[in-house]
Each structure stands twice: as C-alpha cells, then as structure tokens.
Design a protein around this ligand. Structure first.
Ligand code: GDP
Length: 309
C-alpha cells in the first residue's frame, strides 16, 4: 500500500475500524475513505454498489459488522445473520466489480467448533458443531471467508480473511446488556465502585476461559497482514494466552481499585468453555502481540472515563 492509495475502512467508527484508522493515520496514510451508517447503509445493495462505482478504492478493510456479546446474539439472531451476510456480500462483490487490489475481511474466533481442540488452529474450521449461542453470527462469518476464497479462485482477486480473538479497547460497546464481557465488567465494576456497592454480579460460573487482544494490537496485525500475506487460508490473530472469566473480573477489580466481592449468576449462559487461538501461523509470519492484558485494560479504562459520562 502506498501512502496516497485510496483505502476504504468499512465500520470506521467501531472498535476495530477506528483502531485501523488510528494505525493508518499514524503510518501517514492520507486518503482514507470513511462513511457513517447515515451516509451509507451497508445492508443496502444498491447504495453499496453506487458507492464502490463512484469511489473505486484501492484497498478495503472490511470491519463493518453487527456484533455483540452472548446476550445480544441470543436476542437478535435474525439481525446477526441477515445484516452480516448483507454487509459482507455487498462489500466483497462490489470490491471485485471495481477491481479493488486487496481486501481484508475480519471474521471471528467463534467460527471454530464449540468443543474444538485447544488452542484452535486455522485448519479446525468446519470440523465440528458450532457454539449455539452465536451460531447465526458464526455462519455469516464463515460465509464471508468462503466468499473471499471463492472469489480468489474464480476471479483471481486478492481477498484475505483474518480471525481475531475477543477484542477490547477504545470505542467498544459498553452497554451492559449487549456488550462483550470485558467492557461489561469494566463498566459494572466502575459503577459498583462509584456507588459504593459491596458486590458485582458476573454472568455464568466464571469458569469459561477466554483470550483477549487489545484492539490497537489487532490493528497493527491487520496492517502487517495487508502488506505481507496474500494466501487464501485464514489467519488467527490473538495473543495465544487465555484466562478464566473469574480471573478477568479480579484483574479489572485491581485496575479500577474496587474492593467489594464478585458474585456469580449461574442462571446466565457460559457459552463455549474455552476459545483460545493457536497463533503460531501469525507468529511464524513475523508478528506478535505486545500489549499485556493489564496494560490494555488500563488504557481502555482511561479511555472509558474520558469518553463516557
Ligand atoms: P462469548 O465470548 O461469545 O461467549 O461472548 P461474551 O464476551 O459475551 O461472554 C464471554 C463469557 O463471559 C461468557 O461465559 C459470559 O457468560 C461471561 N460473562 C460474565 N459476565 C458477563 C457480562 O456482564 N457480560 C457478558 N457479555 N458476558 C459476561
């Protein structure tokens, strides 16, 4: 990518897209195309076709998606499968139509089977049944991977797919009902401290294990892969380390300085027991995550305090 190439970042206001914008701006890119949802509804095929025909970007980062935590996936499965399929179909097909040089599609670690061997290697895709709490979302993401691969095969495009682990950072969704676990606990524990509560409730048993990657590291990895990876096969992006949800809650308690107790609501779902990515492929290509979980949480907490009322 040249510094004045036209680069479209779909989903530039979200957790991932905004981190990619920060990274590209820091690297000196000057021709970044952004559209808010109001300006361009990515679910609308005609609107996306017109946008691509007019703008003809050189490169595309496909970071736009309908996303949410375990509860949101449970309440809105129809929206998750429909909107994600629409958004990715519209963008990928039109990128091909106008000759985009390279596109990077962001998937998710939930594409792997529920009871996959751990850590999860790229080749475990489609080797078992998915986790039911996010199956519609995962099916859409798997369709996106297959779409990129099929277009490469049939039309000779250069569309790559990456699978990030659970992400967190600036511009995340901190809604208590719909967000992922890390921003939810950050907010719950912050509010508990502010309101002098003696306890904080964490969903599930606290026993599931999850891997967390600070989104600025993710942006660094996708920038690296956009320049150094041109294969069909998906690439995992993570740290290669996971922790129990109960340990995550303790770490956030420590960062925020909350002294109350954590209680568990086992009536809420745990989801998949473990979701750890094997990142040896990415490490072998020459990239490693470098922000510790505690540092990432500290930075995110500072952002949260500065940006939310
Ligand atoms: P998942 O990784 O797709 O399962 O999505 P989440 O990030 O929503 O949930 C991860 C784990 O954290 C699950 O076991 C949840 O039950 C647990 N968890 C504990 N407290 C919370 C909470 O307040 N919000 C969310 N979203 N998950 C929580």
């Amino acid at each position: 990518m040249d510094k004045n190439d036209k680069i479209y970042i779909a989903g530039h206001r979200g957790l991932v897209g905004s981190a990619i914008v920060r990274k590209l701006e820091a690297e000196g890119f000057t021709n970044i195309i952004k559209r808010t949802r109001k300006e361009l509804d990515l679910v609308n095929q005609a609107a996306v076709t017109e946008f691509f025909a007019t703008e003809k970007p050189d490169y595309v980062f496909l970071a736009a998606a309908k996303v949410g935590g375990i509860n949101a996936n449970d309440i809105y499965p129809g929206d998750f499968i429909y909107q994600n399929l629409q958004i990715q179909n519209n963008i990928i097909s039109n990128a091909k139509e106008v000759g985009v040089k390279k596109l990077l599609f962001l998937g998710s670690s939930c594409i792997y089977p529920k009871l996959s061997k751990q850590p999860m290697k790229e080749e475990y895709l489609l080797t078992g049944t998915l986790e039911p709490t996010n199956e519609p979302y995962a099916i859409a993401k798997i369709a996106g991977i297959k779409m990129c691969q099929s277009y490469n095969k049939q039309y000779g495009t250069n569309f790559i797919s990456v699978m990030p682990t659970n992400l967190f950072g600036f511009n995340d969704n901190f809604d208590l009902e719909k967000s992922h676990v890390l921003p939810a606990l950050l907010r719950k524990i912050y509010e508990a401290k502010k309101n002098n509560q003696s306890t904080v409730t964490v969903w599930g048993t606290g026993k599931p294990r999850r891997e967390f990657l600070f989104v600025d590291d993710l942006a660094d990895a996708v920038y690296f892969l956009m320049q150094n990876y041109d294969e069909d096969e998906i690439v995992n992006i993570g740290t290669g380390e996971d922790i129990m949800i109960s340990e995550l809650a303790e770490l956030i308690k420590k960062v925020i300085g909350f002294e109350g107790e954590i209680v568990y609501d086992a009536s809420k779902p745990d989801g998949t027991p473990r979701k750890l990515l094997d990142v040896s492929k990415l490490n072998g290509l020459g990239w490693k995550a470098d922000t510790s979980l505690e540092d990432g949480i500290r930075k995110t907490f500072e952002w949260f305090q500065a940006n939310l009322p």
